[in-house]
Design a binder for this molecule. Structure first.
Ligand code: NI
Length: 227
C-alpha cells in the first residue's frame, strides 16, 4: 500500500527546512546503505554531525506527530531519526534496492525494524527533471514525484529506485519506521477500515453501527498491534 499525504509541512516549515539545508554540508549517501544498496546508490546525504540536523529532525518529526493520516497509514511505533538527501550533478540516482530491514539508531542504543519507508519531497518539482521515486509493489509499478512539503509512505519491503536527476537538484527527507502492525496486509485493512469509518462518521454521525464498527477497528488493532 502506497499513500501520498499532501502538505505535511506548512509553507513556513518548508522554507525553514530549505534555509537550513542550503547552509549544510553534504557527504556521499553510501554511508547508510547496505552492501547491495551501496552498489547502486549515488547521491548525497547530510552527515550525522551536520550542525542543523537536530533542528531539521525535530521539524519533520513534529509535522508527522500532528498528522492523523500519517498515523493511520503507518501506525508508527518507532521512527528512526529522519535523514536528508540530495540528488543532482554527478550524484544523481539510486538504483533498484530494498531498504535494510534492521536500522541501528544513530546513538547506537538499539535497532528499529524498517516496516514502513517515507519520502518527504522538499524541492519544487518544476525545478528539476527526473528524480521520480519508482516503487514496485504487488499492484504494479508506481512513479512518484510530489510537490514540495508532501510525502509518500510505502512498505519498506518493496523494491524501489530514484531515477536520475538530469536537471537541477532534488532534495528530500527520507524515513524508516517500525510499525505497531508488522504485516503490510493487516496495515492496509486497518487503514481502509479507518478511512471508511471516517467517511461514515461524516455522513451518518455517531450511529450505533458506526460506534460498533469503530470498536471493531480498535479490537482488531488490539489483536495485531505490538508495542
Ligand atoms: Ni530506499
Amino acid at each position: 500500500m502506497l499513500i501520498t499525504i499532501d502538505d505535511v509541512l506548512t509553507p513556513n516549515e518548508l522554507a525553514e527546512a530549505r534555509r537550513l539545508l542550503a547552509d549544510s554540508p553534504w557527504i556521499s549517501g553510501r554511508v547508510t546503505a547496505g552492501t547491495q544498496a551501496a552498489q547502486v546508490k549515488n547521491n548525497q546525504q547530510l552527515p550525522e554531525d551536520a550542525p542543523h540536523l537536530p533542528v531539521l529532525r525535530r521539524l519533520v518529526l513534529g509535522a508527522l506527530q500532528r498528522n492523523a493520516l500519517f498515523f493511520t497509514a503507518a501506525l508508527p511505533l518507532k521512527i528512526l531519526p529522519p535523514f536528508f538527501n540530495r540528488y543532482g550533478g554527478d550524484a544523481n540516482h539510486y538504483g533498484f534496492h530494498v531498504d535494510n530491514a534492521m536500522r541501528l539508531l544513530p546513538d547506537g542504543s538499539g535497532y528499529v525494524r524498517a516496516d514502513v519507508s517515507a519520502t518527504l519531497f522538499l524541492s519544487d518539482p518544476q525545478t528539476y527533471d527526473g528524480g521520480e521515486l519508482v516503487i514496485d509493489d504487488t499492484f504494479g509499478r508506481h512513479s512518484i514525484k510530489l510537490k514540495a512539503g508532501s510525502m509518500v509512505v510505502y512498505p519498506s519491503s518493496s523494491v524501489h529506485q530514484v531515477m536520475p536527476v538530469t536537471r537541477g537538484e532534488r532534495v528530500a527527507c527520507f524515513m524508516f519506521m517500525q510499525s505497531m502492525v508488522r504485516d503490510p496486509g493487516r496495515r492496509r485493512l486497518l487503514y481502509e477500515m479507518d478511512m471508511a469509518l471516517l467517511q461514515l462518521r461524516q455522513t451518518l454521525g455517531e450511529t450505533d453501527a458506526v460506534v460498533s464498527l469503530t470498536g471493531t477497528y480498535h479490537n482488531l488493532l488490539r489483536q495485531w498491534a505490538e508495542s
